[in-house]
Design a binder for this molecule. Structure first.
Ligand SMILES: [Zn+2]
Ligand SMILES: [Zn+2]
Length: 258
């Protein structure tokens, strides 16, 4: 009798262990809430979940934008191609962008952007599908002069008036070039570039431009710091859009990317 009861107890423990093990796997880094993936971690914390197919083999991207700042179609096509080129996913879906109401501000802080996400985000990661989020707001970033920021592990914000600034005037890059570069650059940060602690995306060769945050030292690379600056971006364009250099690609490959 005792033996039989022990047998059931052991079996039950094995079942519980097995299932909790499965949930941990599919929910990535969030171990405290095993059945819900956390979307409020630091940028870089989901790098491996974007790059590899270990926890998620599909990617879906939600985009919200404020009036007047619908994203450029060609820029979204190039973002899709960028994902397919670098991420081990069987499918990548960029959902139709949704217009949300204006926040009515000239400037937005990072914490205001986080509040906007809480208000507007609809897509969250589940099962095999990792969800990413983009919001394009109708004001500048409060802290400094940038086109976009990576602010959570799956989230980026972009500042519409900074696009206007970067793409207007004689000899400026096109709207497509600015948005395309900016979208890909911020996702590069979510993938752990460059040298972001805790992302698992480690430098294979030293190329960190430490004076300028988590950026690459190659001024031809998508992850060069000036690529997210509306006042500096123009000098890097002829007719193309910046791409990742060999050092940045090697770092992504070192953490499960293509
Ligand atoms: Zn950057
Ligand atoms: Zn680089």
């Amino acid at each position: 009798m005792n033996t039989l009861r022990n047998f059931f107890a052991v079996s039950l423990m094995a079942v519980i262990f097995f299932f909790s093990g499965c949930f941990d796997n599919s929910s990535g880094p969030d171990v405290d809430e095993p059945d819900r993936y956390s979307h409020v971690l630091n940028p870089g914390a989901s790098a491996n979940d974007f790059l590899s197919d270990e926890n998620f083999d599909e990617l879906v991207i939600e985009i919200d934008y404020m009036p007047g700042y619908a994203p450029n179609d060609r820029a979204l096509d190039s973002l899709q191609a960028f994902f397919e080129q670098r991420l081990h996913k069987t499918s990548v879906t960029i959902l139709d962008p949704t217009e949300v109401e204006s926040g009515g501000q000239d400037q937005y802080s990072a914490s205001e952007v986080r509040e906007l996400e809480e208000l507007h985000r609809d897509e969250f990661s589940s099962e095999q599908v990792l969800a990413g989020y983009m919001i394009i707001v109708d004001g500048q970033f409060e802290q400094n002069n940038v086109l976009g920021i990576a602010y959570y592990n799956t989230s980026n914000a972009f500042f519409g008036p900074a696009y206007d600034e970067a793409s207007s005037g004689l000899g400026s890059p096109s709207r497509y070039q600015v948005e395309s570069t900016s979208f890909q650059h911020e996702f590069g940060h979510l993938f752990g570039l460059v040298n972001i602690e805790g992302s698992g995306t480690e430098m294979q060769t030293d190329h960190h431009d430490e004076e300028h945050g988590h950026h690459c030292d190659n001024d031809n690379c998508l992850m060069y710091y000036a690529m997210e600056r509306p006042d500096l971006i123009a000098q890097f364009f002829d007719s193309n859009v910046a791409e990742l250099d060999a050092n940045c690609i090697a770092d992504l490959q070192g953490n499960g990317g293509k």
